[in-house]
Write a protein that binds this ligand. Sequence first.
Ligand SMILES: Cc1cc2nc3c(=O)[nH]c(=O)nc-3n(C[C@H](O)[C@H](O)[C@H](O)COP(=O)(O)O)c2cc1C
Length: 157
Amino acid sequence: MRALIVYDSEFGNTEKIALAIAGGIEKCRAETVKVTEAGGIGLQQVSLLIVGSPTRGFRPTPAIMKFLEGIPDGVLNDVAVAAFDTRVKSEDIRGRLFRMIVDTGGYAANPIAERLRKKGGILVLPPEGFYVEGEKGPLKEGEEIRAGAWAKMACHA
Ligand SMILES: Cc1cc2nc3c(=O)[nH]c(=O)nc-3n(C[C@H](O)[C@H](O)[C@H](O)COP(=O)(O)O)c2cc1C
């Protein structure tokens, strides 16, 4: 089984989660690639593709969206897929109105999962969010452990 984790990260938090996920599924020979380096990456031999992004304005980053849109039709047919994001916990947001906007706006993992599914992938994990402390992080305590455990279910090597 070849597993590939493609992620974006500006401040390093999503990268840490991606590496923790790779650790959680190391039996599946997981490779981690930042989206900016994923240009020529071949998905042909990949049997598990996990894509993660920071939540920016309720959405994945433009680079992750571009990567998803660029996946050729048919390549993900019968490929196991999963999506994650990093995000701010709504309890941590000061101001009721802003909290409500963030809650309603949603997060990056769902639209990523939806696009992977539309490309033919089989969603094998529920989309998941991992929490950062402030706008730029750091990750909340225990999130890397939680990420490794979340991904384990997808690796059947
Ligand atoms: C411009 C900007 C927009 C953001 N928008 C959201 C958002 O809509 N929802 C949310 O939960 N967090 C939001 N955040 C917090 C990011 O999710 C956080 O910066 C991210 O998890 C850090 O990931 P990284 O270290 O991998 O870049 C935003 C942060 C920035 C700087």
